[in-house]
Design a protein around this ligand. Structure first.
Ligand code: ZN
Length: 327
């Protein structure tokens, strides 16, 4: 442990203590031969989400009994939560006001060693490679949770708005969860990808009004997941809802969009946001990936290319997710 502590300023760390303890009794974690971290469609002006390191445990802090050395684990955005507020009590630790976030309020994942809160580490199934697990720790759990939040049931229709880094994963989850899937984006390349991943309907928002198309084709969607980075997509999404439908926002462009009060009231629409997922959501999301039902499109690059990746993110030139190898 001393070695790990002394490395604090050089390596990435995760913190761990006893259950809900704020004391930093660390679990020391080291990645194996491949040391991937994923970068996706982020807001580069805010931060680089590190939510995705997938190492193995090399040392445990005092009081940690549910992990052992060699366990495959991953660091998610939710680094820790207080454990005693109304949100933590009710299974909504993602809303804890005292939460810490990996790479944002605590040191993130871009190094060979890290300290983490053992209670908040994702357990990586053996069948899932580290590279494939990386995107699931952020894009995967976020889209999976967002789909759950649509309250759609198997056999009902969900629309995935935008087939980017989040959307291409969302289509796979939606298909695996038993929904009928429609996708909206612009350009044949994106629409072909959507169909390939399981979308039964793919709408080019530049060629036709997506709201009208979805209403004409299926009578509106029970659930809509907006992964887009353009505010116009959020406005369009509301028009695609079926009566009593739910629109879930997980894309994060700055700005606002107008909502018709009449439409929301008379059609009993629900509009809600969703942010990452709980530890239980993460476990389920990893399970789908381990079964081969969800796999992000991944480009692997060395850590040295991180500035170039940032530039590409700003320019919208990252397709799928980038996984950085530390080794
Ligand atoms: Zn809390």
């Amino acid at each position: 442990m001393n070695r790990c502590k002394s490395a604090t300023f050089l390596f990435l760390h995760l913190h761990q203590g006893k259950l809900w303890s704020k004391s930093s009794q660390p679990v020391c974690v080291i990645p194996t031969c491949t040391r991937p971290m994923e970068i996706g469609r982020l807001n580069p002006t805010r931060h680089l989400s590190p939510a995705m390191k997938v190492p193995v445990v090399v040392a445990l802090g005092p009081g940690v009994t549910h992990l052992k050395e060699g366990d495959r684990v991953g660091i998610a955005w939710l680094h820790s939560a207080c454990g005693h507020c109304e949100f933590c009590f009710s299974g909504w630790e993602t809303l804890c006001k005292a939460q810490q976030n990996s790479g944002y309020s605590v040191n993130g994942s871009f190094a060979e060693y890290a300290l983490g809160q053992a209670d908040f580490l994702g357990r990586i199934p053996d069948q899932l490679s580290f590279v494939d697990a990386g995107p699931i720790l952020c894009a995967g759990v976020t889209t999976y949770k967002g789909l759950k939040e649509t309250d759609a049931r198997p056999g009902e229709w969900v629309v995935i708005s935008s087939v980017g880094g989040l959307g291409h994963v969302a289509i796979q989850y939606a298909t695996a969860m038993g929904f009928h899937v429609a996708a909206v984006d612009v350009g044949e390349e994106k629409l072909d990808l959507a169909r390939e991943l399981g979308a039964q309907i793919a709408v080019d928002a530049r060629a036709e009004d997506p709201a009208r198309k979805i209403q004409d084709e299926i009578g509106g969607a029970h659930g809509i997941l907006v992964t887009a980075v353009s505010p116009i997509a959020f406005k369009q999404a509301m028009g695609m809802l079926r009566r009593r439908g739910t629109c879930v926002l997980i894309g994060l462009p700055p700005g606002e969009f107008p909502v018709s009060i009449f439409d929301v009231v008379l059609s009993r629409y629900t509009l809600r946001g969703s942010i990452v997922g709980t530890r239980k959501d993460l476990e389920e999301a990893l399970g789908f990936a381990a079964e081969g039902k969800v796999k992000a499109t991944i480009e692997q690059l060395p850590l040295d290319s991180i500035n170039e990746v940032f530039s590409r993110l700003r320019e919208g030139k990252v397709n799928g997710r980038v996984v950085l190898n530390v080794a």
